[in-house]
Design a protein around this ligand. Structure first.
Ligand code: SF4
Ligand code: SF4
Length: 359
């Protein structure tokens, strides 16, 4: 009997040093300062005097192998084969010859990849799978991102906002990514309770796990046609979809009632103020593919009002905290509704408890 081929496992990722451009290897840990030469172009200067130039271009995140080969060809042509992707899925080309910057920028722009995303700009939108790949999405990700960035592209290629402005998209409130902590967040939501498939539920779901998955305790065990199943107390359901994540017999996707909510004011950095969660700005906008005009208009409006009203370096959340939420709703023209009032555990902490309020 022949021995089975040895399974190679637990080898981890390749060591990052293998992919560092020689200039970074030489100056690792010795960078003295950096400056922004133009939107999308940074220069890092080392203690040794070496200078590293990075050219950042937008990428749609979902890339074909053809696009990756195109980026690799550009890296071969301008950067001795080296490139990297940023934590917002932009592509960055790393050069040591400043004479190549303009040629590379032009080539990227000609191919449809805007150069920018640095400093006080709107960089790439961190986003999720949407209808391309996920079973629990209430909206699409790639389609919304394309529509919103088409409208905001000038803010990617320029650095003219009061501060950096981070936008994120998540297609359900599992919130894969950064919607809970971004300046503006676009989040897919449901508005109807799950439709229970009693015939398959006992075969595919573990009932105690399903019951425990509900944040509001809306799911109860129930015998239906002599079989073990569950019921949902609809007045208690807030359509989070968590039960569907653990039990495929609880689908709640609904093309008419699923849609978008918009959130604002989150940040992760500790610069000036502590990190913040996003808060609800718009409870519902319809799913309107392929261009989501209502969502695009809402985001552009918030960006415009913020950029006119915020002080230098003020992030969206800091601006709102300075002017107060009533003024935010007034300036943006967004309607304040009962949906904005927190009614989940410890909600009282979010209520105004002083007389300091602007009428
Ligand atoms: S946010 Fe929800 S729907 Fe989107 S990828 Fe994550 S789990 Fe799937
Ligand atoms: S959608 Fe959410 S709130 Fe409604 S029953 Fe399922 S887990 Fe509970």
């Amino acid at each position: 009997m022949t021995a089975p081929a040895k399974r190679i496992t637990d080898i981890g990722p390749p060591h990052y040093e293998k992919f560092l451009p020689p200039i970074i290897k030489r100056n690792y840990g010795q960078w003295k300062y950096h400056e922004s030469l133009a939107p999308g172009v940074l220069c890092h200067v080392s203690e040794t005097g070496d200078k590293l130039y990075s050219v950042r271009a937008a990428s749609p995140r979902l890339l074909s192998i053809k696009t990756i080969r195109y980026f690799a060809d550009l890296a071969d042509k301008y950067c001795d084969g080296y490139l990297r992707f940023t934590s917002r899925n932009n592509v960055e080309f790393l050069l040591d010859d400043p004479g190549k910057i303009e040629l590379l920028k032009q080539e990227l722009r000609d191919a449809g990849y805007p150069v920018g995303g640095t400093n006080n700009a709107i960089s790439n939108i961190v986003h999720t799978q949407g209808w391309v790949h996920c079973h629990s999405s209430a909206t699409d990700a790639s389609g919304i991102v394309k529509s919103v960035m088409d409208a905001l592209c000038d803010h990617f290629t320029q650095q003219n906002l009061p501060a950096k402005l981070r936008i994120a998209v998540a297609c359900c409130l599992n919130m894969c990514g950064a919607v809970h902590c971004s300046d503006i967040a676009i989040l897919g939501i449901h508005r109807k309770p799950p439709k229970i498939k009693h015939d398959v539920l006992p075969k595919v779901c573990e009932v105690p796990t399903l019951i425990a998955s509900c944040p509001t305790g809306a799911i109860r065990p129930k015998t239906v046609d002599g079989k073990q199943s569950v019921e949902v107390v609809e007045e208690q359901c807030m359509y989070c979809g968590n039960c569907y994540t653990v039990c495929p017999a609880m689908p709640l996707n609904d093309p008419e009632n699923d849609g978008i909510s918009i959130w604002v004011g989150g940040k992760v950095s500790n610069a000036r103020t502590a990190p913040k969660f996003t808060k609800l700005a718009i409870p519902f906008l319809p799913n309107n593919p392929p261009r989501w005009p209502e969502v695009v208009d809402a985001v552009v409006n918030i960006v415009n009002v913020y950029s006119q009203g915020a002080k230098k370096f003020e992030r969206v959340g800091e601006w709102i905290e300075r002017i107060g939420w009533p003024r935010f709703f007034q300036l943006t023209g967004i309607e304040f509704t009962r949906y904005h009032i927190d009614d989940f555990k410890n909600a009282g902490q979010t209520y105004a408890r002083s007389t300091h309020i602007r009428f």
